[in-house]
Design a protein around this ligand. Structure first.
Ligand SMILES: O=P(O)(O)OC[C@H]1O[C@H](OP(=O)(O)OP(=O)(O)O)[C@H](O)[C@@H]1O
Ligand SMILES: O=c1cc[nH]c(=O)[nH]1
Length: 209
């Protein structure tokens, strides 16, 4: 699977295991997701462009590196993407934020858009799309398709759990979009849920079931 980055750091794997457990409370699920998202942010921003600037330390002048270019955009696929957004923003506090509201039609499993709001000057920006689950891949494909209309510099996709079906769908539609995930699970069930998975991410983050 080219262009798929499996983030197998022990801290990521440990936290993910705790989140998967069905007896994890809403409180601990959300806290773990927040911590895990900071670690994912660290991986996905590894190749951000840098520039040299001159600064004054208390002792002398030096040349040192800072992040270059226009502010990165984190795009959250509502609503579960917001669970990742918070952790990522604590690592990249200057990032701009976009939201795409999508829900899966429970019968057809196709993605239905209900909201779209992005920062300006998207053509000059790198985008990281966040959503905990890459299941059928329909939501991710729809989100990336919509974002490509704005001709951004680059798009990456970050999730916690992916499965072979979702990876194939996203890579077939958008081979240029790298996928960062903490795990690739076995398969989808007939209702489009990832197995073994962690259940419904939105419900577990927001305590809606
Ligand atoms: O790869 P897919 O098959 O499209 O499934 C993944 C989508 O399913 C979940 O959202 P859901 O539609 O349940 O909405 P929610 O986040 O509002 O709960 C999840 O957060 C993804 O957005
Ligand atoms: O397993 C799954 C699949 C899609 N969305 C979820 O929240 N969980």
């Amino acid at each position: 699977m080219s262009n798929v980055h499996l983030v197998d750091h022990p801290l990521v794997q440990h936290k993910l295991t705790l989140m998967r457990r069905k007896d994890a409370s809403t409180n601990s699920f959300r806290r773990l997701l927040n911590e895990l998202s900071m670690l994912m942010a660290y991986e996905v921003t590894r190749d951000m462009p840098m520039q040299d600037i001159e600064i004054e330390t208390p002792l002398e002048t030096m040349t040192s590196r800072v992040i270059d270019g226009k502010k990165l955009v984190l795009v959250s696929i509502l609503r579960a993407g917001n669970g990742i957004l918070e952790g990522m923003l604590s690592v990249v506090p200057g990032a701009r934020v976009g939201h795409i509201g999508l829900y899966r039609d429970p019968k057809t499993l196709t993605a239905v858009e209900y909201y779209f709001k992005m920062p300006g000057e998207m053509q000059d920006r790198d985008i990281i799309v966040v959503d905990p689950m890459l299941a059928t891949g329909n939501s991710a494909v729809a989100a990336v398709e919509r974002l490509k209309e704005l001709a951004p510099k680059s798009i990456k996709f970050v999730c916690l759990l992916a499965c072979p079906e979702g990876i194939k769908t996203l890579q077939t539609a958008h081979p240029d979009v790298p996928i960062y995930t903490a795990a690739i699970d076995r398969e989808l069930n007939s209702h489009g849920y990832i197995l073994p998975g962690l259940g419904d991410a939105g419900d577990r983050i927001f305590g809606t079931k």
